[in-house]
Design a protein around this ligand. Structure first.
Ligand SMILES: [Zn+2]
Length: 564
C-alpha cells in the first residue's frame, strides 16, 4: 500500500472514531476483537483496558470487554484473552538485524539460554544435523555469565567430547572464541608451534606446555578474524534463514527495529515481502557514508548532501544517519578508555556539520565517557551554526554516560538510545571496569533526568535480542543467571515505555506505533503472564503467545487463538 493510501485509510478509521459513537463503528465492524484481557496500552496515561478492536491494519477502539464486544459483526474474529496481558509490539531501536539473517539458521543461537548444559545439548544437536566437517558455530549474542549452572569458560576437551567430528567456533559476545581441536586445526593453530599471523599477538591461549586451550582472547580483533571465516547461508537459503530469524523475533515479542546497517540487496528482500503483505517486522534503517580519513571526509560531504531519507513507508524506511560518523572515533567494544584526538574530532565535526546542515537525524555510536564528552563538544559547536534541536540527534549505546553529559544533551534537545551491553556482558564488563560496571548504563540517572530515551539491544553479536530479558535486567539489575551486574534499576512501567512508545519516536513512527490506541497500527503482543505483577525475577521468563503486526497474526500458540 502506498503511503497516501495508508494515511487515507488511517484518516477514515480516525474519522469513525472521532465521531465517537460505538454504533457508528458497528456499521463497519472490526476484523478482530480481543476481549477479557489486561491491555497495557502504554498510551500517555499508561491506561489499562480490557479489550481492543482492530480493523484492517489499525486499532479502532480500546475499552471494556462489553464496549468492544458490542462492536463485533458476523465476520469479526474474536480472541478471548482469558485474563492475559497485552502490550504494544516491542521495538528495538538498534539491532544489526539484516546482517544477522545471513547466518541465522547456520548458527547455534544462545540468546536467552540459561544453562551451560542446554548450550552443550544445542551444540551436539547441531553436529548431528549437519554434514561431517561443517562448522558448529555461533557469532555472539551470549556469554558464559548468563548460565545459572556453571559460569566457567568452555574448554577444548569439553567441546571435543560433545562435538568430536566437526570444527567448533563459539564466539562469546565480541570478547573471546572457544574452539575445539578440529576448530584449532582449521585455523592452523598447532600445539607447540608459532601462532598463525592473522591472530593478534598473544590472543591464542596456551597452557604451560604450549598446548592450545581452545580459548582465543584478544577482543574484537581476534573474534572477527574467526567470525569472518564462518560460512554464511548460501544465496538459495538466505530467504529461509531471514524468515526463520523474523519468526524468532516475533516469538520474542518484537515487531519493529531500528536497523544499524541496511545492505540494499537485503532491503530489497524485505520490500518484496512487504509487497506480498508477508513482511512480519518493520525495519527503519540507520545508514551513513563511511569515512575514516580526511580524504574520505572530503568525498563523504557531497554524498551526505545528497542523502534522501524518508522515501519509504511504515514497514521499510531509512530514517537516521549513523551509526558511525568518523571511523577512527568509533569506540571498539570492551576498550577500557578512549582518547579522541583533536585532528580526529575536527573531521568528526566536519561530517556532523554537514549532517546538521542537511537536517538529517543522527544516531551515533558513543560508548566511552571521553568519547561522549568529545562528541558533545563538537555538537555544541555545530549547534551554534545549525541548531540540532528537533533533528532527533541521539547518542547510542551510552553505557559510560553520566549526569552532566545527560544535562548537556537535554540543553541541545538530544536523546539517548540506550543499549545495555551488561545484559549478556555483565561478567566481562565487571572484569574490565570493576565496580564502575554497576553504573553502566546509569539507567536510573537517565530515567530520572527526564531525557527522552529508548531501549535497544545492539544484537545480534554484541548482545542478545530478547526484550523480556532486557526488561528483566532493567528492573532487577540481573543477568539471566541471577548475577547482579547493574545497580541503577528502574520501574517496569518506565522500562516498557522505553521499549515501545519512546522507540516509536526514535524511528519516526510515533503516529503509528508504540502504544495500543485508536488510529495506531495494530502491532501488539499477548503475553503468557502479566508483566506488571509477576515477581520481577520472572520477567525474563515471559513468553509471548500471540504476536500481531499491522492487524495480521504473525505468531501464535494455538492455546490462545480461540477464534471462531
Ligand atoms: Zn555500535
Amino acid at each position: 500500500m502506498t503511503r497516501w493510501v495508508r494515511s487515507v485509510a488511517a484518516g477514515v478509521v480516525l474519522a469513525i472514531f472521532c465521531a465517537g459513537a460505538l454504533t457508528r463503528a458497528q456499521q463497519s465492524a472490526p476484523d478482530f476483537i480481543l476481549t477479557n484481557g489486561k491491555i497495557i496500552t502504554v498510551d500517555e496515561k499508561f491506561t489499562i483496558a480490557q479489550a481492543v478492536a482492530i480493523k484492517g491494519e489499525r486499532v479502532i477502539a480500546v475499552g471494556t470487554s462489553q464496549q468492544i464486544g458490542q462492536m463485533a459483526g458476523p465476520a469479526t474474529r474474536r480472541i478471548d484473552l482469558r485474563g492475559r496481558a497485552v502490550v504494544p509490539g516491542l521495538i528495538d531501536n538498534h539491532m544489526h538485524l539484516l546482517r544477522a539473517g545471513t547466518t541465522w539458521t547456520r548458527e547455534v543461537r544462545l540468546d536467552g539460554v540459561e544453562s551451560r548444559k542446554h548450550a552443550l545439548d544445542l551444540f551436539a544437536a547441531r553436529a548431528k544435523a549437519i554434514a561431517a566437517g561443517d562448522w558448529v558455530y555461533t557469532i555472539g549474542g551470549w556469554s558464559v555469565d548468563q548460565f545459572g549452572d556453571s559460569r566457567s569458560k568452555f574448554t577444548r576437551e569439553e567441546l571435543d567430547r560433545i562435538v568430536p567430528n566437526h570444527p567448533v567456533a563459539i564466539q562469546e559476545s565480541y570478547y573471546r572464541t572457544y574452539l575445539n581441536s578440529r576448530g584449532l586445526e582449521a585455523f592452523g593453530i598447532r600445539d607447540g608451534a608459532a601462532d598463525p599471523p592473522d591472530f593478534p599477538k598473544g590472543s591464542i591461549v596456551r597452557d604451560g606446555s604450549g598446548r592450545a586451550t581452545g580459548i582465543v582472547e584478544g577482543g574484537m580483533g581476534a573474534v572477527r578474524a574467526i567470525a569472518a571465516k564462518m560460512p554464511r547461508v548460501p544465496d538459495s537459503e538466505l530467504e529461509a534463514s531471514t524468515l526463520a530469524m523474523i519468526r524468532d523475533m516475533n516469538r520474542a515479542g518484537l515487531t519493529a527495529f531500528g536497523v544499524a546497517g541496511c545492505d540494499p540487496s537485503l532491503v530489497a528482500m524485505y520490500r518484496k515481502w512487504e509487497a506480498q503483505h508477508q513482511l512480519n517486522v518493520r525495519i527503519f534503517c540507520i545508514d551513513g557514508v563511511g569515512a575514516g580519513t580526511p580524504e574520505q571526509v572530503d568525498r563523504a560531504l557531497p554524498r551526505i548532501a545528497e542523502m534522501k531519507l524518508f522515501q519509504g513507508d511504515d514497514y521499510v524506511d531509512s530514517v537516521l544517519y549513523g551509526e558511525s560518523v568518523y571511523g577512527p572515533l568509533h569506540d571498539p567494544m570492551f576498550d577500557s578508555t578512549s582518547d579522541p584526538k583533536p585532528e580526529q574530532l575536527a573531521q568528526w565535526r566536519r561530517l556532523a556539520m554537514e549532517i546538521a546542515k542537511n537536517r538529517l537525524p543522527l544516531h551515533v555510536h558513543a560508548e566511552l565517557t571521553h568519547t561522549i564528552d568529545a562528541f558533545l563538544d563538537q555538537i555544541e559547536a555545530v549547534n551554534k551554526v545549525y541548531p540540532v534541536k528537533n533533528l532527533r540527534w541521539m547518542l547510542a549505546h551510552f553505557n559510560q554516560s553520566n549526569a552532566s553529559q545527560i544535562e548537556r544533551m537535554k540543553r541541545l534537545g538530544m536523546y539517548a538510545a540506550v543499549h545495555p551491553w551488561n545484559v549478556i556482558n555483565g561478567g566481562i564488563m565487571h572484569e574490565i571496569f570493576g565496580d564502575d560496571a554497576y553504573e553502566q548504563p546509569p539507567l536510573a540517572t537517565i530515567q530520572n533526568s527526564g531525557i527522552v530515551w529508548g531501549f535497544g539491544s545492539d544484537g545480534s553479536a554484541a548482545n542478545q535480542y530478547m526484550p523480556f530479558i532486557t526488561l528483566n535486567y532493567a528492573v532487577t539489575g540481573k543477568m539471566t543467571s541471577g548475577l547482579k551486574v547493574m545497580r541503577q534499576t528502574i520501574s517496569r512501567e518506565d522500562a516498557l515505555i522505553a521499549y515501545t512508545r519512546r522507540n516509536a519516536f526514535f524511528v519516526f513512527q510515533e503516529d503509528n506505533l508504540g502504544a495500543i490506541q485508536p488510529g495506531k497500527l495494530a502491532d501488539l503482543v499477548v503475553l503468557d503472564r502479566d508483566y506488571l505483577t509477576i515477581p520481577a525475577d520472572q520477567i525474563k521468563d515471559i513468553k509471548p503467545v500471540l504476536t500481531m503486526v499491522g492487524g495480521r497474526i504473525v505468531y501464535d500458540t494455538s492455546a490462545v487463538n480461540s477464534t471462531k
